[in-house]
Design a protein around this ligand. Structure first.
Ligand code: SF4
Length: 72
């Protein structure tokens, strides 16, 4: 019997870099992101990171290069 490994991707948004453009929320096919207000600024929050399929659309689309996606 072969062992199976379940890998959950880890989606990280650097809140200092995030400019709240919302591109990630628009391009993510899995609806991982919610735009939230933190200290009066719009920020992307990867609320449903467990749904990520690692397509990298958010990483490539973010104008602030604020997102990293990696195997956990
Ligand atoms: S890598 Fe793709 S599925 Fe994962 S959060 Fe980014 S846009 Fe969504």
């Amino acid at each position: 019997m072969s062992s199976q490994v379940i890998e959950l991707p880890k989606v990280t948004v650097d809140l200092d870099m995030c400019e709240g453009a919302g591109v990630c929320a628009q391009v993510c096919p899995m609806n991982v992101y919610d735009m939230v207000e933190i200290r009066g600024e719009s920020k992307a929050k990867p609320t449903r990171a467990d749904d990520c399929i690692m397509c990298m659309a958010c990483v490539n689309g973010c104008p602030a290069s604020a997102i990293t996606v990696e195997d956990e």
